[in-house]
Ligand binder design. Sequence first.
Ligand SMILES: NC(=O)c1ccc[n+]([C@@H]2O[C@H](COP(=O)([O-])OP(=O)(O)OC[C@H]3O[C@@H](n4cnc5c(N)ncnc54)[C@H](OP(=O)(O)O)[C@@H]3O)[C@@H](O)[C@H]2O)c1
Length: 306
Amino acid sequence: MKTIAITGVLGYSGRYVAAEAARRGWRVVGLTDSAGHLPNPEGYELRPMPWSTEEDVLAGVDVLMNTYWVRFSYKGAGHAPFSHVMAVANTKKLLAAARQSGVSRVVHTSITQPDAASELAYFRGKAELEADLQGSGLPHSILRPAILFGDSADESILLNNMAWSLRHLPAVATFGLGNYCLQPIHVQDFAELAMDEAESEAPHRIINAVGAETYSFRDMWKQLARAMGIWRPVLPVPAELGYQTARLLGRLVGDVMLTREEIVGLSQNRLAVPGPTVGTRRLSDWMQQHAAELGRRYASELARRR
Ligand SMILES: NC(=O)c1ccc[n+]([C@@H]2O[C@H](COP(=O)([O-])OP(=O)(O)OC[C@H]3O[C@@H](n4cnc5c(N)ncnc54)[C@H](OP(=O)(O)O)[C@@H]3O)[C@@H](O)[C@H]2O)c1
């Protein structure tokens, strides 16, 4: 039986990858600093992240599946600070540990359109890590999702909170005209792809892990509202005004709802790519299936990290 070590095994995509790995007969080891804080209903063997221990956390591991990353940089009360700079440095330690332990393959999660020259720390950091992995000599697959959704409304933070806004606000907005696009992939499609790549023997591959449907941001508001049976005006507003509104709403719910960087990345059309798609599960179907539960509760990124 082969062993796969999965970062984020108690988180979002990592949990789905772990379930898919177990279904395919793999032994799953979770790498996490959240043991004891997040539930581990499957009872996976958990080991600390390599930057939190001196022990060889990848001993006996065949494949490393990495989902570790932070969505934004944050320094505030009630949370240990986290940042893209820290996430880049930590991920490099993880990849170095994989080299030292003799892991035979790495499946690494990146983002659509990583860019070493970007002013956005997210896309720049992801490009730096792809280059680090490519230079490591380790056989690898790099998966580049744009945005994940499914199974429950709560875990699909962006879509759920768009739905929450539709339920609670008299109008919603696009940053500028809203004609930039997104290609959401269902997290189970992502997990199946990740495990196909874990089982692949190709020396190195880069895959845009994007779903079957492409939405403009404006159309995403409209389709979501239609699925929920709600009508709201979708107003094009200057990006900065949209950001300040999201910031205020975030404060009211005790979260970071959306960052300025996320708005810029979206407006730069970084969450859509030309070429083949991977997912078969359609967001339009998912919106219909989850319309009744979407947006009933605000899904907080910061609360997930407490
Ligand atoms: N979710 C999306 O829509 C989306 C879109 C595009 C790309 N991606 C990429 O897909 C990968 C997985 O995303 P995900 O949403 O599934 O991630 P996630 O479960 O929220 O996070 C993965 C793991 O990263 C660590 N982590 C996350 N936030 C952290 C923080 N603030 N401080 C310290 N550790 C933190 C956690 O490790 P512990 O186990 O130690 O807690 C967590 O389990 C990431 O590389 C992300 O860039 C995701």
